[in-house]
Design a protein around this ligand. Structure first.
Ligand code: GTP
Ligand code: MG
Length: 337
């Protein structure tokens, strides 16, 4: 007689290997599992053939910085302001965004309370990098990778009214390339859609005798390339921001550097006055490496300028044409007097 193979529905039971019933039954007929095939009901096999517990789950968004399509959705949900932050590599673009988010965690900034963000995880990551950088002798924060622009999103409540801010962050190297070839600005949607363009001037490099001339020369060339490319047809407001003021204040050349910044800001305002709405210049220290200046100094004023309503022309939204959400924004030149 051929002996029948012992089967048991209990995965843990070793009776088939000649062991005992795991339920401790001497009379196997009384065991509820013995004689039944293994069931897959509670567990499911994943792609690797391993057993994974099945459970009802809710898919949470990753809360990382947004690509342009998702940024466009945020813009359509609440009254919103889009901010383009322009500067060469290491000028402090990402640190400025991180510094503002850090400041908001301490309380209202410029009358604005933090009211939410769909990019919270991304903001936390850059804040962590900036805090670590602040505590080092040698400043270092993660460089923004080349590639498409990413947007950080912050909702504010001011006087009971909700408003969204979308701040664009891109690798500084890409902005530098506009100085060589205006066409490099073609794909920079954040410039075309921006309500405020924020140009950063690296205070630390302005202090350095070897870098000063390069800083003074490069920024107007980048703006010129963008203007030639038709990037500012909506006449956004323009903020010119000195970053790393802690390095400037610590320098014996401090007075000269402050004068250089004023000369640069005035020069940009005069040269490009037809292409922008309102001008403002600001002095900031988003992530200081000394105690001469407070962390986040000057950012409150920058935020107030960012949120100030523009008086200049805005684009008309036309029918969707190319599949790129930002391409859909047709631009209308108006005589603003
Ligand atoms: N001393 C000083 N250093 C700062 C300040 N803000 C930023 N930095 C440092 O400047 C360096 C560059 O800052 P980032 O914010 O990464 O510059 P970025 O413009 O985003 O650079 P890319 O992503 O490469 O284009 C980092 O090492 C920062 O720690 C500041 O207020 N003071
Ligand atoms: Mg960066």
């Amino acid at each position: 007689m051929v002996e029948k193979e012992a089967v048991c529905a209990n995965r843990e039971c070793r009776i088939a290997q000649g062991g005992k019933c795991i339920e401790g039954q001497d009379d196997l007929a009384k065991c509820p599992h013995y004689g039944r095939e293994l069931e897959e009901s509670d567990d499911e096999q994943n792609e690797d053939g391993q057993h994974a517990a099945a459970f009802d789950s809710v898919q949470l968004p990753d809360a990382l910085p947004l690509e342009s399509g998702r940024a466009d959705k945020v813009l359509s949900m609440l009254p919103s302001r889009m901010i383009g932050v322009i500067g060469v590599h290491d000028s402090g673009k990402t640190s400025l965004i991180a510094g503002l988010f850090d400041l908001l965690q301490l309380g209202p900034v410029s009358g604005c309370n933090f009211a939410g963000s769909s990019t919270l995880h991304g903001l936390e990551i850059i804040c962590h990098d900036a805090r670590v950088a602040s505590e080092r002798d040698e400043p270092h924060s993660e460089r923004t990778k080349r590639g498409e622009v990413r947007f950080y999103h912050i909702d504010f409540r001011r006087d009971g009214v909700l408003q969204s801010l979308l701040i664009a962050d891109r690798s500084g190297e890409e902005y530098e390339e506009v100085a060589d070839l205006a066409a490099n600005a073609t794909g920079m949607f954040e410039l075309r859609r921006a309500d405020v363009i924020t140009v950063l001037v690296d205070g630390q490099r302005l202090v350095s005798l070897s870098d000063r001339a390069d800083v003074m020369g490069a920024i107007p060339l980048i703006i010129q390339g963008m203007v030639e490319n038709g990037a500012f047809l909506r006449k956004p407001n323009l903020a010119i921001v000195l970053t790393k003021n802690d390095a400037v204040q610590a320098s014996p050349r401090k007075d000269r550097v402050e004068q250089d910044f004023c000369t640069l800001a005035d020069g940009i305002r005069d040269a490009f006055t037809d292409h922008f709405g309102e001008f403002g210049s600001f002095v900031t220290s988003a992530s200081p490496k000394n105690t001469i200046v407070l962390r986040g100094a000057g950012l409150e004023e920058v935020l107030a300028f960012w949120l100030k309503p523009s008086t200049a022309s805005k684009g008309l939204r036309l029918h969707h044409r190319s599949g790129r959400v930002f391409d859909d924004l047709a631009l209308e030149e108006t005589d603003l007097g």
